[in-house]
Design a protein around this ligand. Structure first.
Ligand SMILES: [Zn+2]
Ligand SMILES: [Zn+2]
Length: 292
């Protein structure tokens, strides 16, 4: 009996903190019924969605995970900081998991593949498993040469905690003059915004490996999904991305809106980004090559 108990894999404290944390975040959104809504609350929610979403798509994903364009250390830090605020884990953890996903897509090893593990596990269940925290981060070691990125990984939790405190202060400061309150800005700008950003990101792993178009044979189940393409700042053109993983541009057709790519283009225009990797057939002068 004692032996059998020992063999049962015990959930790590991190797993419980994710389960409890995600439940609390979702329930906290219901606080909107208590706080009500205002223009300031909607602005805060949208701002936090865009600001942190861009941090994940341009910072964590296209820059840190895929090195799909070049920029300077300051911009890299700012983008990584914005991503670290999205409550999706620190940059080294996020990048290690994502690179693993590309290296082992739809295999048993790919812990958020809906093909091998089902939709629930692909969407958010994978973060509630030990496997999510078994990641040693060996495949994100190239980023260890940036102490500022290691700093973000190390102090990630404090970056999460600071946000509701700041939003509460801003809400109280704006106060009745803007028809808002500290609690209202926390509910809308932090909890609702975070949960919405989560589900758009999670849909890239779940929905974009199940429903949508497959213009390219990427040797996996990845799809281009219009809804996630538009909502996820271009990340939903996921079949394009699996075919050309190092491309800085995911929306390859004119109608495939890719706001993250627009941001990279804007940064290039003002000299803050260079050498974007682009697939050969979509390349213009000055673009670098992107491996298939
Ligand atoms: Zn994928
Ligand atoms: Zn990727």
């Amino acid at each position: 009996m004692a032996e059998a108990t020992q063999n049962v894999p015990r959930a790590r404290p991190q797993v419980w903190s994710v389960i409890i944390g995600m439940t609390v975040f979702h329930l906290a959104c219901l606080g909107a019924f208590y706080t009500g809504v205002s223009t300031a609350a909607i602005v805060a929610a949208i701002f936090m969605y865009v600001f942190r979403g861009i941090g994940v798509t341009a910072g964590f994903h296209r820059l840190l995970a895929h090195r799909s364009f070049k920029t300077n250390r300051v911009v890299q830090f700012i983008l990584a900081l914005m991503g670290s605020l999205a409550v999706q884990g620190g940059p080294l953890w996020w990048v290690a998991h994502h690179r693993h996903h590309h290296a082992a897509t739809e295999t048993e090893e790919d812990i958020h593949s809906p093909v091998t593990h089902g939709m629930w596990q692909a969407h958010m269940g994978w973060m509630m498993t030990d496997a999510a925290f078994n990641e040693k981060g060996t495949n994100s070691r190239d980023l260890h040469k940036f102490p500022e990125i290691k700093f973000l990984q190390r102090y990630y939790v404090w970056l999460v905690i600071a946000q509701p405190l700041i939003l509460y202060g801003v809400g109280e400061w704006l106060g009745a003059a803007y028809n808002t309150s500290g609690l209202q800005l926390v509910v809308w700008g932090f909890f609702i915004s975070t949960v919405f950003t989560w589900h758009v990101t999670f849909c890239v792993n779940s929905v974009c490996h199940r429903w949508g178009a497959q213009p390219y044979d990427a040797d996996d189940a990845s799809t281009n999904n219009v809804f996630i393409g538009y909502l996820g700042f271009g990340e939903g053109w996921h079949n394009n991305h699996h075919k050309f993983p190092s491309s800085a541009r995911h929306g390859l057709e004119w109608w495939q809106l890719d706001l993250t790519w627009w941001l990279v283009r804007l940064m290039m225009l003002v000299g803050l980004a260079s050498e974007p990797k682009i697939p050969k057939q979509f390349r213009k002068d000055g673009d670098a090559a992107a491996g298939a």
